[in-house]
Each structure stands twice: as structure tokens, then as C-alpha cells.
Write a protein that binds this ligand. Structure first.
Ligand SMILES: C[S@@+](CC[C@H](N)C(=O)[O-])C[C@H]1O[C@@H](n2cnc3c(N)ncnc32)[C@H](O)[C@@H]1O
Length: 269
């Protein structure tokens, strides 16, 4: 399987995990009715289509991504849902958007801006260039998780590895951590900057699909070739986070976990 296919599979698997909290977040966005919006770095378009619904029947959303294979998925989903009139999926680079000035009423980007090794202020300025005066820019980022109830030390150790803090890395300047995004907004010249964190609760009973998504998340955040773990932590990780282990954490009676997404926004003036 190519890296793109693996990434695609991972994104699709994570949809079920994120669906409910992202819907809540999208429902709080004050998108003007019949507005025109941009979803920059839209991936497979699953969440772009939530934005399409929120923008109203006469609204329109453009999903932009650099990976054509992801966009194909978005177009196919839009067609199945009868939403092709209200959405376009376009290949492009967020650093050089293929749009003229003041085209959109708002722009949104999820799990992208803090992930790119590019000055986030420049990315925000590029988004702002395409948004009309008075429109909002929304940046949404995965911000924390608590997934191993009863094992706070192990979870802290897993989180203290490079995979655990990704996409940040220990050598990056603190100003580039995604939780510093309000300052990026200010430096990009946006006003009315604010942030809000939303929690996604993981309550039993968990469907098979949800369990698969969580196992994949454990693997991605903590397990994949994690050379920074001590042997004892690695074994403990395998004992708790692998679904073929008799001590698999999701089988613990009363399992509960959560993760958070933080929304940052600012107005183009
Ligand atoms: C972590 S994924 C998030 C996708 C989607 N927003 C979601 O949350 O499901 C990051 C996305 O950004 C896209 N991407 C990476 N670099 C990009 C760039 N320079 N311009 C546009 N999209 C980019 C990737 O192809 C990928 O789909």
C-alpha cells in the first residue's frame, strides 16, 4: 500500500471518531446563510460536506486539497448525497491558493495549518486574501486526549515522545505550537480573535468501527515505530493498546476516554 493510500485509509477510519464533535463545532459556526466558503486541506471531503449543509441550500463550499486521490473521494460522496451543485473539490496548494481576492465569505481549515512546516502567519494571510472583508477564518486543531484511564504515567510517557507531540516537534519554536494560533491570527492582521475547545466523549458501548478507529489512533499517536519508548513502556503499550491483548484497554469495564478539538477564529478587516 502506498503512503497516500495508507493516509487515505487512516483519514477515512478516523471519520467515525471525529464525526460527532466536528458536527457540534460546525453547528456553532455563524456561517451566513447562502454563503460561499472554503475548506482548505479538505482531505476526503467528509467534513466539507458538513460545512455544505451548514452553509444552507443556496450556499456553496469549495474543498481544496493537494492530493487528487482524496478529492476523488469527496466528489463521489457529494454525488451520493446529491450535493454536487453545492460543493466543488479542487486540487491546489494552500500556500498559493488558486483563487482571486475577496472570493469567499469565510474559510475553514482542519488539522492542517499547524501540520505544515510553513510559517502559519503566511498561511493565514493567504487564506485572508481570498476572504471578503468582515468574513471569518476558522482553524480547527486536535488539541489533547485522555485515552488510557488508570494509566496516567504510561499515557504521559507516550505523549512525551515525538509521535505523541506530533505535528509539533521538540526543536520547533514554542510560537509555532498550534495552541499559539491566536497570536498567528493577530500577526496576520485578523481581528476579533478567539478560541474555544470542544470535547468528544468516548462512551461505551463502542461499535466495532469505533474500536478499530481507536486502535488506529493509538498506533498513530504512540505505537508506530516508536523508538523513544523504554522497553517496559513499549510492552505496557502493547498490553493495553492492541486489540488482540487479553488486557486491551477498550475491554475494561466502564472504559471512558475523551479527546479535544480547539477552534481558533478571527475576522478579516
Ligand atoms: C490531517 S489531513 C486533514 C484532512 C481534513 N481536513 C480532515 O480533517 O479530515 C491534512 C490534509 O491536508 C492536505 N495538505 C497537505 N499539504 C497541503 C497543501 N500544501 N495544500 C493543500 N492541502 C494540503 C493533505 O493532503 C491532507 O488531506
Amino acid at each position: 500500500m502506498s503512503n497516500t493510500e495508507k493516509y487515505l485509509k487512516r483519514l477515512e477510519l478516523s471519520n467515525i471518531l471525529r464525526e460527532s464533535v466536528i458536527r457540534t463545532i460546525v453547528d456553532t459556526l455563524p456561517l451566513p446563510p447562502e454563503s460561499k466558503g472554503l475548506d482548505a486541506g479538505c482531505g476526503t471531503g467528509f467534513f466539507t460536506l458538513m460545512l455544505v449543509e451548514a452553509a444552507g441550500v443556496h450556499g456553496h463550499v469549495t474543498g481544496l486539497d493537494i492530493e487528487e486521490k482524496f478529492l476523488v473521494k469527496g466528489r463521489s460522496l457529494a454525488s451520493k448525497l446529491g450535493l454536487t451543485e453545492r460543493v466543488s473539490f479542487i486540487k491546489g496548494d494552500i500556500t498559493k491558493l488558486p483563487f482571486k481576492e475577496d472570493l469567499f465569505d469565510w474559510a475553514f481549515s482542519m488539522d492542517l495549518v499547524g501540520y505544515l512546516k510553513i510559517d502559519p502567519v503566511l498561511l493565514l494571510q493567504e487564506l485572508a486574501r481570498t476572504v471578503k472583508l468582515g468574513g471569518f477564518i476558522y482553524i480547527l486543531s486536535w488539541s489533547s486526549q485522555m485515552l488510557l484511564p488508570g494509566y496516567p504515567v504510561l499515557e504521559a510517557r507516550l505523549n512525551a515522545t515525538s509521535l505523541g507531540i506530533a505535528p509539533f516537534d521538540a526543536k520547533t519554536k514554542p510560537e509555532l505550537h498550534s495552541m499559539r494560533a491566536l497570536e498567528w491570527f493577530k500577526q496576520a492582521g485578523l481581528s476579533e480573535t478567539r478560541a474555544q475547545t470542544f470535547v468528544s466523549d468516548i462512551n461505551p458501548p463502542l461499535s466495532q468501527q469505533m474500536r478499530k478507529a481507536l486502535v488506529d489512533l493509538f498506533e498513530m499517536r504512540w505505537g508506530e515505530d516508536n523508538l523513544e519508548l523504554l522497553e517496559e513502556n513499549k510492552l505496557e503499550y502493547q498490553r493495553l493498546c492492541r486489540d488482540d491483548s487479553p488486557d486491551f484497554i477498550l475491554n475494561v469495564p466502564g472504559y471512558y476516554g475523551f479527546f479535544t478539538y480547539t477552534l481558533f477564529w478571527g475576522r478579516v478587516l
